[in-house]
Write a protein that binds this ligand. Structure first.
Ligand code: 6PG
Length: 465
């Protein structure tokens, strides 16, 4: 077990995680990119001050710490991680571990882990979810690394993790990049969940003439029932919040262009590379992208008189439609985990992934607790939406999703994730689809050949090409 812990990067997440670690009784060496940030952090640590030893740089800290050392990096993904590894490595000895606790691309993590492990050094890619509050009070953590590195860090990580009914929300999910991959898919599901709620807000506001605080009240009621989730809970608070400067709902003052740092996009890209459909997550990424082009949207609105009318929907239908869309988007996310696990030889335990996400993380929800139970009962489930526990839930909620999508389309309200979820469901429940025509077209223009229902492959159609 490692007793010497360091943390590099004292931004919002790093500071919060450092305080959490100190709370649990672990002494922590700390450093940041700017030495004055470290001084400031230690000087303002209050009662925790004796728990921290500040250092002027990552290299200084690594050199000064007694071994074996485990250093958690909480710095922006990308080149900063490679730079930091280069600074720490000359001072590392076998048995030491560097932990990347940011949102890194799992391909980078695989590369870095393999390079350090080849030199006898430990490297862990750890997905951390829960934002600042999670980091401070207990995040969900998805660990990628060797068994031996996990064993040495496990007691500390279990101590700082979120707790779900006595179970810490942290585990080793696989080697090298597996932890960051699972976190990436978590974020993809997060994007879809967030967008589904934004779509619902749009329908209620523009199609049901409700004010943000009224919508917030409905969200708060939903949070007491089947839709209970952290994102519904905080959305209710955001919707109800009033801007002190203008006395208007704060949402009326927030520019409607959404940022993204990459994880949702990576989820969609990896799904495509692995031949898995993550169409709901793609739609959520796409919606953020078009949100980021306000000038074009203004031009569009001036050019076309799209009638955005009232929708004949009630909030009970919306509640059911949200649940159906969430089951389908979670199904796509878990399907991606399952395929990636096979492709990369990770043996991901999907039940463990779902269990880790039951508390501490951004997508924690009552549905996720049910999904964890589903994978515990049937670990080999490949299509979550078809699992015995999910089928009756979908049967009950699907009619509402269909009505919501139809009404929204008729009334001119964009709901891309709910639409994508329904299209995927309709496609995946149609034993004979329409790709026979795609195959015919491909053979017509490129002699690609097709399989025939009465046997054989490589057939060509009766056309001259
Ligand atoms: C979490 C969040 C967190 C963060 C991401 C997503 O699980 O705690 O996912 O990691 O919010 O950076 O951010 P973007 O929306 O900027 O991509």
């Amino acid at each position: 077990e490692i007793a010497n812990f360091g943390l590099y990067g004292l931004g919002t997440m790093g500071s919060a995680l450092a305080q959490n670690i100190a709370d649990k009784g672990f002494h922590l060496h700390v450093a940041s990119y700017k030495p004055e940030d470290t001084e400031h952090f230690v000087a303002n640590a209050g009662a925790q001050k004796p728990m921290f030893t500040g250092h002027r740089s990552l290299a200084d800290m690594t050199a000064a710490m007694p071994g074996p050392r485990a250093i958690i990096m909480l710095i922006p993904a990308g080149a900063a991680i490679d730079d930091s590894i280069a600074q720490a490595k000359p001072h590392m000895r076998p048995g030491d571990v560097l932990i990347d606790a940011g949102n890194s691309d799992f391909h980078d993590t695989r590369r870095r882990a393999q390079a350090l492990e080849a030199e006898g050094l430990g490297y862990m890619g750890m997905g951390v979810s829960g934002g600042e509050e999670g980091a401070r009070k207990g995040p969900a953590m998805m660990v990628g690394g060797t068994e031996s590195v996990w064993t040495t860090l496990r007691p500390m990580l279990e101590a700082i993790a979120a707790d779900f009914e006595g179970a810490p929300c942290v585990d080793r999910v696989g080697p090298d990049g597996a932890g960051h991959f699972v976190k990436t898919v978590h974020n993809g599901i997060e994007y879809a969940d967030m967008q589904i709620l934004a779509e619902t807000y749009g329908l209620m506001r523009n199609g049901m003439s409700m004010t943000p605080p009224q919508i917030g009240d409905v969200f708060a009621t939903w949070n007491e029932g089947r839709l209970q989730s952290y994102l519904v809970e905080i959305s209710a608070e955001v919707l109800r919040a009033i801007d002190p400067a203008t006395d208007k709902p704060i949402l009326d003052m927030i520019v409607d262009t959404a940022g993204q740092k990459g994880t949702g996009r990576w989820t969609a890209i990896e799904a495509q590379k692995l031949g898995v459909s993550a169409s709901t997550i793609e739609a959520a990424v796409g919606a953020r992208i078009w949100s980021a082009h306000p000038e074009a949207r203004h031009t569009g609105q001036a050019l076309f008189e799209v009638q955005r009318g009232e929708v004949a929907l009630d909030t009970a239908q919306l509640e059911q439609a949200i649940l159906a869309a969430r089951i389908l988007s979670h199904s796509q996310g878990f399907g991606l985990l399952s395929t990636a696990s096979q492709e990369f030889g990770w043996s991901l335990a999907l039940a463990r992934c779902a269990e880790i996400w039951r508390a501490g993380c951004i997508i924690r929800s009552r549905l996720l607790t049910e999904i964890a139970q589903t994978y515990e009962a049937q670990p080999a489930t490949t299509i979550l939406a078809f699992a015995p526990a999910m089928v009756p839930l979908l049967e009950t909620t699907l009619p509402a999703l269909r009505t919501v999508v139809a009404e929204s389309i008729k009334a001119g309200h964009p709901i891309p994730v709910m639409t994508a979820a329904l299209a995927w469901f309709d496609g995946m429940t149609q034993a004979r689809g329409t790709a026979d025509l795609i195959q015919g077209q491909r053979d017509f223009f490129g002699r690609h050949g097709f399989a025939r229902l009465d046997g054989g492959t490589g057939h060509h159609g009766p056309w001259d090409s």
